[in-house]
Design a binder for this molecule. Structure first.
Ligand SMILES: [Zn+2]
Length: 78
């Protein structure tokens, strides 16, 4: 299977490197925080990317497509 890339922030990331995607925007209360309101995309090796809600939705859509929503793969023939 090929491994599609998704653009997150300004980085093309292979979908298989993504561990999880935040459902809620980041908030930690730190005045210095530069990630407030952004969505975290967690990668392997303790890395994270940060994106907008739209970017987050794109990632989820791409992951859904790549993982394949449970579509009746076994449904032919039986
Ligand atoms: Zn923060």
């Amino acid at each position: 299977m090929d491994s599609p890339l998704i653009l997150v922030d300004d980085k093309h990331v292979p979908l298989y490197r993504i561990l999880w995607v935040a459902d809620l925007p980041h908030w930690c209360g730190d005045e210095e925080c530069e990630r407030e309101g952004e969505y975290e995309v967690r990668l392997e090796a303790d890395e994270s990317l940060w994106t907008t809600m739209q970017g987050r939705d794109n990632v989820i859509a791409a992951l859904r497509k790549w993982c394949g929503d449970p579509v009746d793969d076994d449904d032919r023939g039986f």
